[in-house]
Design a protein around this ligand. Sequence first.
Ligand code: SF4
Length: 337
Amino acid sequence: MSIILGKDDLAKYPFLEEAGTYVRESHFDLDDFNRSEFLHIIERASKRIEFALIQGKVFMDLEKYDIELFTFLVSLIMMKYIYEDSAIKKFSLFEAIRVERFLISDLLKEKDLRKKNLLISRIFRELFQLDVDLDTKKNNLFKMNISNYLDRATQFNEIEWKLINRAVDNGYVYLDVDETVRLIRYEIYKLMYNKIKNMNITKIPEQIRFHATLIKNKLIPTIKYTKNTTDLPPCIKKALEFLNKSENLPHSARFMLATYMLSLGKSIDEVVSLFQNAPDFNEKITRYQVEHLAGKKGSQTKYSVPACSKLVNENLCYATIDCKGITNPIQFGRNRK
Ligand code: SF4
């Protein structure tokens, strides 16, 4: 007997082909979203977007599959209308994390091996061309060939992703479920981002436009660093550029930026606000970390700006002629003076 994905699966993975087919076959018209019966869906979509863009949280609520499929569709249309690239990136990242959490939970809890394999096949193999297998003889670990692993793992800076720290056997890298799913976060993110960017809608229903405008008005303005940026070392300028584009910064770059700004005498609030555009911004966590670096939490040690040699090793150095002779970013500008 062949096994197929259920409707509950489509609610969690609304980007799958079956979900699109369901929406198409339901013969509904976009103008239907102007009817009062659809207001609930539009409000859910608003909440899902606000969770990501304003509260920095992942919307994990799960309703009946048809409500989820339409909420997902409306969320994408709203993001298309909001149009701001940094907001689309941030929303896409939070959607990717939502999928990641559902997928980890399903792969851990699903007892039916055929169903588990079907999920792996549909998402990893068909969608992202990543050959992943569940090895039941090896503690139900997931395995993938080394080159597939390296293609994805090189995006992470943490030491545990280095091949030398992985279990490797017979040309395969072995990973637990969290690690396996984490490897495709960027691909899910790109899938969401491209779905919004490539959406072609000539007329967005009024009720959707109205709610999207409300969100747009609440969005944190894009952070622009007002200091004359020619005074900043290139490594710091680069990190700020990344943040202004809502790109994800590795932890080492966040550490560099925060310690540098604190060394200039910036307040905790000013430093925290620099990270507002980070796609995974969470004010509470960021504030705690910045306070920790400033020596106001934990061991009360004030952390120093990393030396240039360390930043070179972490691929964070973008040295120019003005960096000549300096060993730490805080010395930048000394030569010109
Ligand atoms: S040389 Fe030092 S200050 Fe200049 S970009 Fe590299 S790390 Fe930054």
